[in-house]
Write a protein that binds this ligand. Structure first.
Ligand SMILES: [Zn+2]
Length: 680
């Protein structure tokens, strides 16, 4: 592992932060914390913490000794100066005189001594940073160190690698007791560069930011060197598994089936199959390893204490699905027994979390992170990958022996750990995957935005790949854009496979892409009419067929929405190519509703009219309003409500239609009211 310290960048950071009134100590603390955060083999997703002891000035202009320590909710990779809130150091240190300190009192004491009372809660490891009188302190869960610290003879291994440069701290849960124990060990040694916390991670110290950071890199490098000479056993080839885009919807359906009404039924999956993951998944010792536990207790809130192991998904996938249902049920029974066993130790009781697995591993397949959203599933998959790498490294030098069940449970059910997950309320379509065709156009883009605003993961498909990408970029981390010609069945199959591979399946499909061809029927060429049917009818059939295939594989129902048009019910002159193909589409909607009601698939048509879009351009609006002798605004508001209907209005109706649990085969009109287009 190489040091990323760059003196020019460090000086730049000092100057840049100085302009915002940040002192040099905190500027350098921020700079080197970000260097740690930049390496996922050191810390992941909010893991690790860092501090500096410095001086602040109070309201009277008097200097105060403070500890600037990582605040909860900040990630080292992106931390800024406010991410290290200043806490008065003297009262923190006095806490060491107490015999006992409850978690509540510890949190309160930390908050009471914040210089800025609106700052985030200081890290759960704040007291350790306070009790050890080193100026800069860096803490990571470095993978290479964990491979040595998760061993039955960890202390001997650590001593052999580091000599007297570091001392070991036996496992104690973070908080007051660990802080006291670590400080005692620090005091009983001279000139320590760091501490290795058995089953947990590593601390390094320094008089300067650079010294503390470079000691961390140096210490981790020594651990890497201890691991490197041991050749990793070659991964055994598993039986060839079915493609992940076919396996994932089955897995998603299995989770939903077992969850039933008791637990959340919809989950997003994030599949990983890199070399390390496959070496773990294909190893005959997988089941044994999976039962041992997490690499560092901090990870339990993401992955639970162990992953679910399934057999390789190959051969008869229906039989495999049955095996998977039994395995998830057994996992839940085990988790509930684990909960009862351990919760019994707490006189005040604990409330059981949902017992579903968060990581699923199978030979030939790799692993899947399970989450309530795409970013959540990705964090879990990242942590699981790091667990896989730690297990393989630990097994290459000895036996992976992490912290035991009781300590893992205490961490999983520690209120200060659960607080890290945040308490944000779930939005209505979180856990759901939506595909929107024609997503680059005005109604499609509005639909993509409306579904994303409800928390859904949204795949934006459009013939114009650049337009699809641009819309997806505006939706954040739970969206992606893909060029897709919906008149090409292969392209549609590939697009659905890509969505399955990305998120595990599909719940809602908005079949929206369309085009309007003008011309009287007698003057239309057959080619013009056929091409209108290609896009306005056959492409919808191709999309619906692909959607239903995924819906049936999952067995979780689904929602299919077709954008028909006023023309399907109320033809307009010179729009026969459009109207006849949309009328056929309306019949297609009814046919799918009829044939897939038993699969729980709801199929409905949205009937918008007179929406500013690629199909109704400003030029067309000008021509039509002129021919009616009215201005454009009057023309656009020419409906019973007298208000223009926008793409956003249509998108809202699509969202509602997708959530109408007992409605199928319906035409839902969004045109402001038009008697001639009313369904009869
Ligand atoms: Zn830690």
């Amino acid at each position: 592992m190489k040091s990323r310290w760059n003196e020019t960048d460090a000086r730049d950071a000092v100057e840049r932060y100085a302009r915002a009134g940040v002192a040099e100590d905190l500027a350098l603390r921020t700079y080197s914390a970000r260097l740690l955060g930049a390496d996922p083999s050191l810390v992941l997703h909010g893991g690790g913490n860092t501090s500096v002891k410095t001086t602040a000035v109070d309201l009277f202009g008097e200097p105060v000794d403070v500890l600037c320590v990582k605040g909860s909710g900040w990630d080292l990779a992106t931390i800024e100066p406010p991410g290290h809130p200043a806490v008065r150091l003297t009262p923190l240190r006095r806490l060491r005189d107490l015999d006992r300190l409850s978690d509540e009192d510890m949190v309160n004491a930390q908050r009471q001594n914040l210089m800025n009372p609106s700052a985030p809660n200081p890290s759960v490891e704040t007291l350790l940073h306070a009790f050890i009188p080193e100026k800069f302190i860096d803490h990571t869960h470095a993978l290479a160190v964990l491979a040595l610290a998760d061993q039955p003879d960890a202390e001997a291994l650590i001593a052999a690698v580091y000599g007297d440069r570091v001392a070991c701290v036996p496992y104690v849960m973070p908080g007051f007791d660990l802080a006291r124990r670590a400080a005692e060990i620090w005091e009983s040694h001279v000139a320590l560069e760091g501490l290795v916390l058995i089953n947990h991670g590593i601390f390094s110290f320094g008089a300067t930011a650079r010294q503390s950071y470079e000691r961390m890199i140096d210490l981790v490098s020594l651990a890497e060197a201890r691991l490197a000479p041991v050749a990793r056993p070659p991964a055994q080839a598993a039986r060839p598994a079915a493609p992940a885009d076919e396996v994932l919807p089955l897995l998603r359906g299995v989770l939903s089936q077992v969850a039933g009404d008791r637990w959340p039924s919809h989950w997003i999956l994030d599949h990983r199959a890199d070399e390390t993951v496959m070496a773990l998944a294909n190893d005959p010792r997988l089941a044994d390893w999976a039962g041992r536990g997490v690499a560092t207790p901090d990870h339990v809130i993401r992955t639970k204490a162990r992953p679910l192991v399934l057999p390789a998904p190959s051969g008869d996938l229906r039989a495999w699905r049955g095996t998977a249902v039994a395995a998830v049920s057994a996992f839940i029974a085990d988790y509930e027994a684990y909960f009862r066993r351990n919760a019994a130790r707490f006189p005040t009781g604990k409330t059981q979390l949902d017992p579903l697995p968060r990581v699923i591993v199978a030979p030939g397949f790799g692993l899947a992170g399970v989450g309530r959203s795409a970013p959540d599933a990705a964090v879990t998959a990242d942590v699981a990958q790091s667990w896989a790498a730690t297990v393989l490294a630990a097994e290459s030098v000895g036996r992976f022996t992490p912290v035991g069940e009781a300590d893992t449970f205490d961490m999983e059910y520690w209120s200060l750990e659960q607080a890290k997950l945040g308490k944000s309320a779930e939005r209505r379509l979180e856990r759901h995957v939506v595909v929107v065709t024609g997503g680059g156009g005005s109604i499609g883009a509005a639909a993509a935005r409306a579904f994303a605003a409800e928390g859904a993961q949204v795949a934006v498909l459009d013939l114009d790949a650049a337009a699809a990408l641009a819309v997806a970029r505006g939706l954040g981390r739970a969206a992606f854009g893909l060029g897709c010609d919906v008149t090409d069945p292969t392209a549609v199959e590939l697009a659905f496979a890509a969505v399955n591979a990305r998120w595990g399946g599909v719940d809602i499909v908005v079949s929206n892409a369309g085009t309007a061809t003008a011309g009287a029927m007698v003057s239309l060429s057959d080619d013009q009419l056929r091409s209108s049917f290609d896009i306005n009818f056959f492409a919808h059939q191709t999309v619906a067929r692909a959607a239903v295939r995924v819906f049936r594989a999952q067995g979780m129902g689904g929602a299919l929405l077709f954008n028909v048009s006023k023309q399907a019910l109320n033809p307009g002159p010179d729009f026969g190519a459009y109207g006849t193909s949309k009328a056929a589409l309306l019949a297609l909607m009814r046919q799918y509703a009829l044939e897939h009601g038993a699969d729980g698939v709801r199929v409905n048509a949205i009937n918008p009219d007179r929406i500013r879009s690629g199909l109704l351009s400003e030029t067309m609006i000008a021509a039509r309003s002129a021919s009616r002798g009215v201005d454009a605004a009057t023309y656009m508001a020419g409906n019973l409500l007298g208000e223009e209907v926008t793409a956003e209005d249509v998108a809202q109706v699509m969202v509602f239609a997708a959530m109408m649990r007992r409605t199928t085969g319906a035409v839902i009109t969004v045109d402001g009211g038009n008697v001639a287009a009313m369904v009869r």
